[in-house]
Design a protein around this ligand. Structure first.
Ligand code: DC
Length: 230
């Protein structure tokens, strides 16, 4: 781990991109290096997905989703063991990472009630800057005024393999590589073709293809860019 970098200003840094591009690894590393907070917005959509599954709400039932969001509290808490996700005060950090919840998160994230509920939550969490915000629409919708925007991409084969290795490390019930890739391609398609806040690079984002880069190389590239603009 390198030394802390000192930027002249407290920025909102956005990192968008498809599943498995390395956003989480990079965002955590970058936040650490800058002494910034880290916001995983995918975790918020995943927590809403958990709530929907538990309440047996269908992913296309807008009225029920709106009702569900109205009664929900969500929080991201930095702890010694990393970022914890709290849904109605209950820790769901592990529960949100299953393939079932990944697909459900992608489905509920296309619904207007869910997006508008989370828009406020995300803006409140990022309000005072000094934050690295990771997601699909950070630079385009949630923080269009952010000074530093990145779009992180990689070949879909590499992204699937990274996700597969990650799931395998977590437990025996991991699906095979082919299934991981198929579901990832499906999820990317859902996330990029939905009418509301689709996944795309902001016009003023710096696009980085991480296919042949290590996380350290990506972070170094980002810090060089941030030092130049801050
Ligand atoms: O980054 P992730 O895989 O944890 O995100 C889970 C889902 O949430 C993803 O398929 C799309 C959705 N999402 C979104 O629509 N907007 C965001 N800012 C973050 C995630």
């Amino acid at each position: 781990m390198g030394a802390k970098e000192k930027l002249r200003r407290s920025l909102i840094v956005t990192i968008d991109g498809p599943a498995g591009a390395g956003k989480t690894t990079i965002s955590k590393l970058l936040a650490q290096r800058l002494g910034y907070r880290y916001m995983d917005t995918g975790a918020l959509y995943r927590a809403v997905a958990v709530a929907a599954v538990e309440a047996r709400v269908a992913a296309d039932d807008d009225a029920a989703l709106a009702e569900l969001c109205r009664g929900m509290t969500l929080d991201l808490r930095e702890t010694g063991e990393g970022l914890r996700v709290l849904l109605n005060q209950k820790d769901v950090t592990e529960q949100i990472r299953t393939p079932e919840i990944s697909m459900m998160a992608s489905a509920v994230s296309a619904r207007p009630a869910v997006r508008s509920f989370l828009l406020d939550t995300q803006r409140a969490l990022g309000a005072q800057g000094g934050i690295v915000a990771e997601g699909r629409d950070m630079g385009t919708v949630v923080f269009p005024q952010a000074e530093a925007k990145f779009f992180l991409d990689a070949d879909s084969g590499i992204r699937a393999r990274r996700r597969y290795e990650e799931l395998k490390m977590k437990g025996a019930a991991a699906p095979d590589l082919e299934t991981v890739e198929r579901e990832m391609v499906q999820r990317d398609h859902n996330d990029s073709t939905r009418p509301l806040a689709p996944l795309k690079a902001a016009a003023d984002a710096l696009v980085i293809d991480s296919t042949h880069m290590t996380p350290e190389e990506v972070v170094a590239r980002m810090i060089a860019h941030l030092s130049a603009i801050s």
